[in-house]
Design a protein. Sequence first.
Length: 57
Amino acid sequence: MQDVTHFINGKSVEDGEGWLDLVNPASEERYGRARQGGGAQVDAAVAAARAQMQGGA
């Protein structure tokens, strides 16, 4: 079973708001799960992107 988490600012981020099942549409078998993100993860990703744009422009 594979767990997929967020990757923000060069780091794997374990927190989130629950999990989504990953399902193969052909076989309908569950093969993993993905972390659901929320506002905190979006804010962190946007802040990291803005910092990179300001530093790299």
